[in-house]
Design a protein around this ligand. Sequence first.
Ligand SMILES: [Zn+2]
Length: 110
Amino acid sequence: MTGPHPPRPGAGTPAGRPPVDGNAAAGLLGEVLAVEVTTAVAECRGCGAHAPLAQAVVEVDAAGALVRCRGCTRTLLTVLHVPGGVRLEVGCLAALTGAAPTGGAPGAGG
Ligand SMILES: [Zn+2]
């Protein structure tokens, strides 16, 4: 037998729904990326600390920024400038939880 095996009915997802492609996650991922990052709460996998990202220790240089947990100094994440964009590398960041934007889009005028 060759080729990919078809998904089993009811397998693959906790809810038993058939998996779909990455476009289905785009909306939720967009919400995560749209949160106010400074107030978003970072959970450290290293020590279990929960703290707003604004309280993290950040080392900035020309290459980017290294964000460390204030509790245990492990690297939570790294943001790097790369040709054509930016690169986010997740380290000891277990989760990032933020409130949804409350409207008032900038640049709307008035
Ligand atoms: Zn930590």
